[in-house]
Write a protein that binds this ligand. Structure first.
Ligand SMILES: CC(C)(COP(=O)(O)OP(=O)(O)OC[C@H]1O[C@@H](n2cnc3c(N)ncnc32)[C@H](O)[C@@H]1OP(=O)(O)O)[C@@H](O)C(=O)NCCC(=O)NCCS
Length: 147
């Protein structure tokens, strides 16, 4: 069953919890001060998922004109597979539509099947592959959703 969550814009007070989730999720997490800067970046849209006041997931995106890139999305381990990732991406897309964005892009590791399934379930298609895109030499799939 899906978890009861509220989705809201990321604010500086969420950054410590977002950082903890990112440390668990990514080999090279963003520094806390970089995350704080993103909360005031006019070309960024960052959302957090709150469960009983606690941050359980987040998504970061950059956008210009009619195009957006999802930079990071992660859910705390204990809250995975309860619809949080889907809600974050769905709400992000709704916000982007309001800002007249028409195309959403993202890169995902070829080995990251959970994330690829999430994106495909939301209608993203694979456009191309970027070879050795990641620091460890892994390829990325470039995915796109027209909204
Ligand atoms: C990818 C991630 C954000 C998904 O978050 P989540 O909250 O667990 O995802 P949801 O519960 O909303 O799942 C939605 C759909 O995605 C797919 N999915 C998610 N996790 C999956 C898994 N482990 N295995 C297979 N499919 C999975 C399923 O299709 C799922 O629908 P279902 O549960 O009805 O089958 C989460 O696994 C995560 O934080 N991973 C580490 C960070 C990361 O890799 N981020 C993406 C970088 S591009």
């Amino acid at each position: 069953m899906n978890l009861m969550i509220d989705i809201t814009e990321m604010k500086p007070q969420h950054v410590n919890e977002v950082y903890s989730i990112s440390e668990e999720a990514f080999p090279l997490p963003w520094a806390k001060d970089e995350l704080v800067r993103e909360t005031v970046n006019p070309n960024a849209l960052n959302l957090v998922a709150l469960h009983e006041g606690k941050v359980v997931g987040y998504v970061q995106c950059w956008y210009t004109l009619d195009s957006a890139d999802i930079i990071n999305v992660a859910v705390a381990s204990a809250y995975k597979r309860q619809g949080v990732g889907h809600r974050l991406v769905r709400d992000l897309i709704l916000h982007l539509k309001e800002r007249n964005v028409e195309n959403v892009f993202l890169e995902v590791r070829v080995s990251n099947l959970p994330a690829q399934r999430l994106y495909k379930s939301m209608g993203f298609i694979t456009l191309s592959k970027r070879e050795r895109y990641y620091v460890n030499g892994e390829d990325a799939l470039v995915m796109n959703l027209q909204i």
